[in-house]
Structures are given as C-alpha cells and as structure tokens.
Design a protein around this ligand. Sequence first.
Ligand code: FAD
Length: 461
Amino acid sequence: MEKRKVIIIGAGPAGYVAAIRASQLGAEVTLVEKETIGGTCLNRGCIPTKSLVSSIEVLNLTRRGEEFGLEVGETKPNFSWMMNRKDRIVSQLRRGVHYLLSRNNIKLLQGKASFLAPYKIKVETPEGMKEIEGERIIIATGSKPILLPFINADHPTVLTSEKALTLKEVPQNLIILGAGVIGCEFTSIFNRLGSKITIVEMMDQILPKEDRGVARQMEQIFQKEGINVFTKTKLERITRYQNDKITVELDNGKEITANKILVCIGRTPYTEDLGLENLGLELDDKGNIKVNERMETNIKGIYAAGDVVGEPLLAHVAFKEGIVAAENALGIDSKMNYNTIPHCIFTFPQIGTVGLTADAAREKDIRIKMGRFSFAANGKAQAMGETRGFVQMIVEEDSGKILGAQIIGPQATELIHEIALSIKWGATVEELGNLPYAHPTLSETVMEAALSAQGKPIHSI
Ligand code: FAD
C-alpha cells in the first residue's frame, strides 16, 4: 500500500512530535524547519531557562551551606560557565531529537516553507527553491515575542527572552517589562545572579493569569528579596538610550535607568510569510490559526498545532496537539482536552497549578469548598529548609470531586501532576485523603490539603 504523504512545517515540540507520531502511523513524513530542530522550547525557551534555573538552585543551596551544617567557602556564580553548561545541554538534546527523527525515517528539509496552494509548498533551502506536495499538512510554526513599537528592539540595551539567553555578562540593573511566567522566571534567575531588578507590570498583580493568593505570595517573596515591583503600571516611553544604559518613564511619573530592559509582554503566532493568503485559512482576532478540538483548520487536510493556534503557550500542550493533529491526519479520531493541563512556573519557590481556581469555579456557579496546607507544617519541607508556600485544593462541595489546585512551594512543578491525574480520573478528596502517603515526603502536603478540604486536617498549624 502506498504511504500517505504528510508535510509538517516547523520542528518545535508540536512539529517534531507530530512527525514521529505520523511516521509511527505509517506515513511518509517530510519535516521542514527554517532554523534549528527543537524550536523555541529546546533552543531558546524551556530547556535553556531550566538549565540556568538548575545552576541557580545549586548556587542557592551552597550559599546556605552553613544552615545545613556545612563549612563552605564563598560561592560565586560564574555566568559564562553556566551559559556554556546550558549550551551543552541544548546541543545534547538537539542531537537526541535528530536521532529520533532519523530512527523514525523522517525526512528533514532545512529551509523556510510557504504555501503555493493548499497541498503544495515551496521551501527556500540553502541549495535553492524546492516544491513539495503532501496529502496532509500540519502547520506548527510556533510564536515569537511581541515588541512595543516605540522600543528600539535592535538597541543593545533592549532584550527579548531569546537575547537574554545569549548575554555575556549579568546586567547590573535590569528592568523586566511584563511579569508573566517568562518575566518572573528571568527575574528569579537574574536576581540570584546579582542584578538589581525592577518589574513593571500593567495588570493589578504579577502573574496575571494565576490565582490571586499564589501571585500575592510570589510578589511578597520578590519584594523581600529586594526586587522593586510596580503593578498597575505602564511603561510610557523610553526617554534615553545610551551605549550601556536605558532610561524609561513609567505612567506613575517615575523615571528608571537600567543597563538592560527585558521585554516579555507576550508572544504572537508565527505566521509570517507562510503564504496563508493563498489558502483562505481562518485566523482568530489575535492572528492564531483557528482549529477545532481535532486540530483541523477550516481547510480539509490542513491541521495546525502548538503556539501558532494560541493559548496556552506551553511545550507539553504543543506535544499533545502535535499528536492529536497527526492522529487525525492519519484517520484516528483524536481530540484535545485542556481541562487537566498543568501550568508550571520555575521561580524560587516553584508554582504548579491545574484545573479551576476558586474564582473560576465561582464564575461558573459551582459551589466549592477549599483545602489548604502550608509547607511550613510538613516535615520534609522543614528538613529541606524550604518552608515557604502552600497547597490549595478546589473541591466541588456536593461530590467532593477535585476541580483544581494551586501549589506554591518546593517541587510544586512535580507535585501538581498527581492532582492533574486525580482530576482526570474524577477522584474525590476522600479518596486522596485516604491514600497512605510515604513519610516524610513533600507529597504529604497534597494529602493534608485533601484532608483540610474535608474539615479534618491532621498537621495543620
Ligand atoms: P516553536 O517551539 O516555536 O517551534 C516552531 C518552529 O517552527 C521553530 O523552530 C521555527 O523556526 C519553525 N518555523 C516557523 N516558521 C517556519 C517556516 N515558514 N518554515 C519552516 N520552519 C518554520 N513551555 C513549557 O511548557 N515549559 C517551560 O518551562 C517553558 N519555558 C519557556 C521559556 C521561554 C523563555 C519561552 C520563550 C518559552 C517557554 N515555554 C515553555 C513555551 C514553549 O517554548 C512553547 O510553548 C513551545 O516551544 C511551542 O512549541 P511549537 O512547536 O508550537 O513552536
């Protein structure tokens, strides 16, 4: 039987995973990538930032050596070693993805793709223009940072997340414009490396998409660590560019000078020069490609997945959407479900959330009860010296079913998954609270929050 020809544009998490799944399902797959395999996540997003976060975790612990009964000399971060380590990890993982592609017989075509007609694509390769045709096309071209028109993005003092990951030295003073996930993660990194940071956020809380209590605690932690936080504040204009300094004016009348400004005010879908006008492909009002739960666009045989279809802009969402797109492209009925997507923020301490917040549940007129347990009352957290934060559980009052959870604290990005699984399987707080959890573990905080929601907390203080 002849193999079905599938073309995938973009080799980030959505594209390369879609390619592997399509190949597993017997397709002849061509994956087109204009830059490097792994996309934003591997080359300039999740992996490089988390490599730096891991370096900072070790720095934090060694600096606290005495607290743990160790005699340690002065610990100094070496920024260029950290950046080299990050680059090595990225290269190693990139080699891993190349290996996976070749093991799955995926044809990788280096170049920029654009549509000539629905199933006909031209690719500008280093060897010249090529035309390829496929029966199914998956668009997985990702997103790029949004910039403000009045900021000169080419000036050396102006950074995007991508440029921040190629810095040669730690900026002495740094303005973080936008306190979403990316802004807060970079704040945590550069603060520990010694930058004096000012956060400017126009919404009324940092992490505007997160639960108010979690965001408030993170803001208090930032302030305690000497970070200047301006919420409900807009950047009005740049008043001065110098070689190594930038001065900005805020709408509260304050003027701030720093060595760099890191602009992280959001991302926009990457659909530039894709020739979508040749297709009549429907976009939403933010320019995201419109898809249904099967990742189908309005044109038969053309699918889209990952950041290019809009929120939530997360690598694990892109992986899953890529799989769903590939399966539908090859005749398997597969649907996306966004109810149990974990959202993780790698600050110090970490944040992990899933499902509904209390506000969201109330907006849906769901009667809820809540459970809450503080890490300060957990033996393992005490032993680790990581007592900041809490686990908060949102529970449907009548059924006891878990609807959501917000965790701020040690290993929150790992702990959140058992709650995601509980939501997915319709578990109740009784079931979670009855489970014997190993002692002493951080996971006990999840059990205790489940007990607290039932009004029978054991270790609550
Ligand atoms: P991308 O990864 O952007 O890949 C798209 C690819 O398509 C790119 O390689 C691009 O070169 C290619 N392409 C575009 N146009 C064309 C064309 N015309 N022809 C050929 N190729 C093309 N998410 C998490 O889940 N966890 C994290 O910890 C996390 N940290 C992040 C940190 C930062 C600083 C940033 C910026 C993002 C982070 N993200 C994180 C988000 C995550 O990186 C994205 O959600 C994910 O990369 C989206 O995958 P994608 O495949 O849709 O797009």
